[in-house]
Design a protein around this ligand. Structure first.
Ligand code: FMN
Length: 421
């Protein structure tokens, strides 16, 4: 079915910018040349964050080697090509010339010896080239952060990406310097490696950032061939290294980053939620914990720019079903349901076997933490005195033969008014 403008339009105004919809191609290999930027606009994306520009010339920039590990929903890489200043500026210029209403973010890192002045001047060059916004790269874990992680000598090499984003004071200084040098919106793309991304986000907005972004990939060990550890996971590459993990695996962590940032910075500033988004429902979850805009990288790499019309179609249907007009209407609505562990209300109940479904397979009897279920006369039987109410047995039963029920109490419990522990 041919896509029409109406299908992909859902305007979002945030940080002084107008996006035709909340979806942005996140900085990465799908935003490194002009043909990709043109394709992103054709497919209907609201914005593109161009591939990281490092100035001076990237100190680690090599042909890519990626792996998509379908069975674990993991994308992993270490080697990657970055843009140099000239390439980055030309890309923004030609992107502005050849697109109409696509919002372009310049994802940048200054790696020279001019300190804050170097950062400020770099950002200004991108503003002059036509970038709609600056996205300061405080996130990439596969540059200096990767080397720091394996204890490599720091002397003489610049700190970049997640190494900078791990220090709130550095984030504040760089953000402030850039904010003073440009008049376009400034976003800080943050790493969770600092410990509390909410506090760093607060530092960034206090220093003037118009918005913050999560989440970049996490540094991890690629799968190891336990019989032949010399057979590394990457093709056409010798030896391995810590790798940047992204894709669906990342989503729960990415949601947490957005939630922590939103609850710490308050409602005023923009958040771009990124990490593991592939379907409209992933984006809705991001919105519900605080995201205004959604970044997508791995799903575009693997499935192409044309995933956007499908996501928009599904999102529009969902909004219609739930009687909402826009993506902005779902922002923050899950937040009131998040409490600390101490504040959670426990409902008193226990597991009950649905006899007609039970085939006495015995899976539930193996659960080690309660030992509350035994097989008697070819049926599972729950010992209520031992049942913790945890519900693991419901999840592992292959026959849907166990359910959780409310414990009788006075007055009689109901779904709306159960007995509470
Ligand atoms: C191969 C690759 C290269 C990336 N390069 C950049 C980059 O240059 N700058 C940046 O800020 N993030 C970069 N990222 C991170 C993504 O923009 C995104 O934040 C992360 O992958 C999580 O989103 P996803 O699960 O949709 O991929 C890269 C990710 C991948 C997979």
């Amino acid at each position: 079915m041919k896509q029409t403008i109406k299908d992909i339009v859902m305007p979002i105004e945030t940080a002084g910018l107008t996006f035709k919809n909340p979806f942005i191609v996140a900085s990465g290999p799908a935003s490194r040349d002009i043909s990709q930027i043109i394709q992103a606009e054709k497919s209907g994306w609201g914005g593109v964050s161009i591939k990281l520009t490092i100035d001076p010339e990237p100190y680690i920039s090599r042909n890519p080697r990626y792996r998509w590990l379908d069975d674990s929903d993991i994308h992993i890489f270490t080697l990657e090509k970055r843009l140099n200043l000239e390439q980055g500026l030309r890309l923004v210029e030609s992107g502005r010339e050849q697109t109409k209403d696509l919002i372009l973010f310049a994802n940048i890192t200054y790696a020279g010896d001019k300190g804050l002045d170097g950062w400020a001047k770099l950002a200004k060059k991108f503003e002059d080239a036509g970038a709609h916004a600056i996205e300061i790269n405080f996130c990439c874990p596969n540059m200096s952060f990767n080397l720091d992680a394996i204890g490599e000598e720091k002397e003489g090499r610049p700190s970049t990406g997640a190494s900078l984003g791990s220090n709130v004071e550095v984030v504040k200084m760089i953000t402030r310097a850039i904010k003073e040098s440009v008049s376009i919106p400034v976003f800080a793309k943050l790493t969770p490696e600092a410990g509390n991304i909410g506090e760093v986000a607060k530092g960034a907005v206090d220093a003037g950032a118009d918005g913050v972004c999560g989440t970049a990939n996490r540094l991890g060990v690629p799968p190891i061939d336990i019989y032949n550890p010399e057979n590394i996971v990457y093709r056409l590459q010798e030896y391995t290294s810590l790798g940047c993990i992204s894709g669906p695996w990342l989503k729960p962590l990415a949601l947490r980053d957005v939630l922590q940032m939103r609850t710490t910075i308050g409602s005023e500033h923009t958040i771009i939620g990124t990490g593991g988004v592939r379907h409209f429902s992933d984006a809705v979850e991001m919105g519900m914990v605080g995201a205004d805009l959604i970044g997508v990288c791995t799903a575009v790499m693997l499935l192409g720019f044309d995933i956007l019309p499908r996501i928009m179609r599904d999102l529009k249907r969902y909004l219609q079903e739930t009687d909402r007009d826009s993506f902005a209407d779902i922002r923050d609505i899950a937040l009131p349901y998040f409490k600390t562990a101490a504040e959670l209300t426990m409902i008193t109940g226990y597991a009950r076997v649905i006899d007609e479904n039970c085939v006495a397979c015995g899976f539930c009897t193996r659960i080690a933490h309660c030992n509350a279920i035994e097989i008697i006369d070819e049926k599972a039987v729950v010992r209520r005195d031992k049942c913790l109410g945890c519900s693991t047995c419901v999840d592992i039963c292959p026959r849907d033969a166990i359910e959780m029920v409310l414990k009788p109490c006075t007055p009689a419990p109901s779904r709306r008014n159960p007995c509470r522990e």
